[in-house]
Design a protein around this ligand. Structure first.
Ligand code: GLN
Ligand code: ZN
Length: 757
């Protein structure tokens, strides 16, 4: 038995975020396209080399993307929205960037395509747009070029291709309504061509990703799978149908009939379903088990895994060993971490270490001996020791969670009464204007923070610098004429890390970057132990900002679910328990802000929807504890304290009852890219409280005009009564510069003023 090892994909951004730097330099006109292409090539080679050195047998190709792999797929099948097309119909790298960002060094500006969250991760993909007369045509050769590149360099590779059904599923229809599945025959013709080309490149296995199989699929889609994969057979390549981020046991009544050559299972997320799945799938399928978690940073318990896999080996079934999903969601190299406590470091494994884990398992399964088994045992020892660590267990916190009462999560009065009291207190005009929290994180702020972290300036100088930034943001907002101000979040490097650093139970990496979208990366903190808040976290900043103005100053916190979803979570306690620990900690912060005179407090929960389990049957339980955690955070205040929440990139339809149940006084949303379409569900499901639909896209440097904003707000008014509408951008402004921010917000305030007349 071979126990071939493979990864489903490797992080593309680079250990030093080289791709980010090159992309941003290229967009700014500071490097040539040739230089950008060279950076990509260097990264791909380095990543293949690392994986191979670690002992991975079959290397992924096609996992690299200039922005996002769904967008690459759109280009490959020639699906370019008309507004982003070159006048001669050609497709080039700038076409790709225009779809993603609304602009590129060449070509006309046009609104970017929508982004959406990749299943239940914090990666965002560019949503394909389909219209009824859609045509597909093989238009982008990146996959074949990169395959050549890897083969020429002598690597044994397995191209990665987003499957046709998942591709269709992830897109949205534009114009006249129609069934996306009607596009399948045409799309399959292109996929056939792709596979034939790969076969001509002498490719044996293609990893065809169909992550939507982890979702609940309508019967027509199941049917479509059967016929589609039948058509894809015979190209000359073997297809490894690849599923991840969940189990697929719920598809077993039809999936075994699929015409494929192998199946990859996520043996981490789908652990409990493994046995029935293995029993049901055809014996001739090559089985691939994703046993190493691709989306968390914990070291694998190799000793335990070895025992389980040895049992499976007795069934005489050969299987491949893989990562559960692409390593895209994992930081790259634990060895590059120099600041972690040795104890904590011994609990972790990043992408490169995960490759080694695959190899350690493989060699023991192939030829077990005492020495190798001892190595596995030693490798897992830190995980066993962790359970007794004082960094992990805190009885006081555990008792506080056990003592939570239902009434702790309820406000005193209902929204209507609270709204009246809040109006008396704040006296806001119609169409009140505000922002989502962050203002530009300028070079000065970043330099200030870097100098402080490197010990070049002391705490006092650092904080003095931050105060200046806050004062600047307040003055700007007053001049622009906003109604509810924010302090601008200058003190925060990141909305999760900033809080994590002030809570117990968190650990931080120096370089654990993970791609979020395009060139944007996040460095999720790690929840390693029980969580509490030893001291107030944001109060003095908000208080200082409030002292500078007579306008209301909005306090700004990250909510418990977002703290959880954007951290690497523990795997030894439930997500619910972690959320409740976070909620208790944040509740104290909300109460302290209120005591300090901050009357409006925003609790950001952009990740609420993202935390939703993929399967419907598990969603109600999640929503239940997620809503409870949010309300527990928010509810300990007086009626005239106004609680805001903020969410971006959400599909709200299915979770609307829970959004209502949050009972925030105001919710601000990202709506501009969807042209206010999102408000439809808020209207239809009778969302009762205030809403601030975002009036401009903050991901694009394009400045919205007064007319543009006004027409969006007029659309909003068709869905939601004016008394309950707020005016704000889609999200925080930290990635923008001051000049464009100033103009954009002034236009926004002007639009509100015109509407009031
Ligand atoms: N308050 C945060 C900010 O403005 C919200 C960010 C977010 O929703 N992602 O940056
Ligand atoms: Zn946002």
């Amino acid at each position: 038995m071979t126990f071939t090892t493979h990864t489903l994909g490797f992080p593309r951004i680079g250990l030093q975020r080289e791709l980010k730097q090159a992309l941003e330099a290229y967009w700014a006109g500071n490097i040539t396209q040739t230089a950008l292409l060279q950076t990509g090539r260097n990264l791909r080679h380095r990543h293949w080399q690392w994986q191979q050195q670690a002992g991975v047998d079959l290397l992924p190709v096609g996992d690299f993307a200039w922005y996002d792999h769904v967008l690459t797929t759109s280009l490959m099948v020639g699906n370019v929205p008309p507004r982003h097309q070159n006048s001669d119909g050609s497709v080039d790298l700038d076409t790709l960037f225009r779809i993603a960002r609304g602009r590129a060094p060449t070509g006309k500006q046009a609104p970017a395509a929508e982004m959406s969250k990749w299943f239940n991760t914090n990666y965002h993909y560019l949503v394909p747009e389909f219209h009824a007369e859609q045509e597909f045509k093989l238009s982008w050769t990146q996959l074949f070029d990169e395959t050549d590149e890897a083969l020429t360099a002598g690597y044994r590779v397995k191209p990665v291709l987003l499957g046709p059904l998942s591709y269709l599923w992830l897109g949205k229809t534009k114009g006249t309504a129609f069934d996306k599945l009607s596009l399948l025959p045409q799309l399959l013709a292109v996929y056939q061509q792709i596979l034939q080309k790969l076969a001509a490149q002498k490719i044996e296995w293609v990893q065809i990703d169909e992550p939507v199989l982890a979702l609940d699929l309508p019967a027509e889609w199941q049917q479509a799978y059967l016929s589609a994969y039948q058509q894809l057979q015979g190209s000359g390549c073997k297809l490894l149908l690849t599923t991840y981020l969940g189990g697929i046991a719920h598809q077993l009544d039809w999936l075994p009939k699929l015409d494929v050559d192998g199946l990859h299972l996520d043996a981490v997320a789908g652990k409990n379903e493994l046995a029935p799945t293995l029993a049901a799938i055809p014996a001739h399928w090559q089985l691939s088990l994703g046993v190493i978690n691709g989306r968390n940073i914990w070291r694998a318990n190799l000793h335990e895994l070895y025992a389980q896999l040895t049992e499976l080996k007795q069934t005489h079934r050969d299987f491949w060993l893989g990562t559960s999903c692409s390593l895209l969601h994992s930081p790259i190299d634990l060895q590059a971490e120099h600041g972690l406590e040795p104890e904590i470091k011994s609990w972790f494994a990043f992408a490169r270490q995960k490759c080694t884990e695959l190899h350690l398992l493989q060699r023991t399964l192939r030829e077990p001996d005492d020495q190798k088994i001892l190595t596995l045992q030693a490798y897992s020892a830190p995980l066993r020791q962790r359970q007794q660590s004082v960094r992990v267990q805190d009885e006081t916190i555990q008792a506080a969670v056990a003592a939570i009462r239902p009434e702790d999560a309820e406000r005193n009065a209902v929204y209507a009464l609270r709204a009246t009291e809040q109006q008396v207190r704040f006296q806001l005009p119609d169409w009140p204007t505000t922002t989502i929290g962050s203002f530009p994180q300028t070079g000065e702020i970043r330099t200030l923070r870097r100098r402080f972290k490197q010990g070049e300036i002391d705490l006092e100088t650092y904080e003095q610098g931050l105060k200046q930034e806050i004062a600047y943001a307040v003055t700007e907002q007053e001049q622009i004429g906003l109604d509810v101000l924010v302090h601008g979040e200058a003190e925060r490097n990141d909305m999760v890390e900033y809080f994590g650093e002030q809570l117990t139970g968190y650990a931080f990496t120096q370089n654990g970057w993970v791609q979020s979208y395009g060139s944007r990366c996040v460095k999720p903190p790690v929840i390693v132990g029980d969580i509490s808040r030893p001291a107030a976290m944001t109060v003095r900043w908000s208080q200082y900002a409030q002292s500078l103005t007579s306008k209301p100053m909005k306090g700004m916190l990250t909510g418990p679910i977002t703290m959880l979803c954007w951290s690497f979570p523990r795997e030894d306690i439930s997500r619910e328990t972690m959320a409740l620990q976070l909620a208790l900690a944040l509740r104290h912060e909300v109460q302290d802000l209120e005591k300090a005179g901050i009357g409006i407090i925003q609790i950001d929960e952009p990740a609420l929807r993202e935390g939703l389990p993929l399967r419907q049957q598990e969603q109600a339980a999640y929503l239940n504890w997620a809503v409870k955690a949010f309300k527990l955070t928010a509810a300990g205040v007086a009626d005239d304290t106004q609680i805001h929440t903020h969410m971006c990139y959400c599909e709200f339809g299915d979770v609307m009852p829970s959004i209502i149940a949050l009972d925030a006084d105001v919710i601000t949303l990202e709506t501009s890219r969807s042209d206010m379409e999102l408000l439809d569900v808020f209207h239809h499901q009778a969302y009762p409280n205030d809403i601030g639909p975002g009036v401009y896209d903050i991901h694009s440097p394009n400045v919205p005009t007064v007319e543009w904003i006004t027409q969006l707000l007029q659309k909003a008014r068709q869905h939601i009564p004016t008394e309950r509408l707020w005016v704000n951008p889609d999200c925080g402004l930290k990635t923008r510069g001051w000049p464009e921010t100033r103009t954009a917000l002034s236009n926004m305030v002007e639009a509100a003023r015109l509407l009031r007349q």
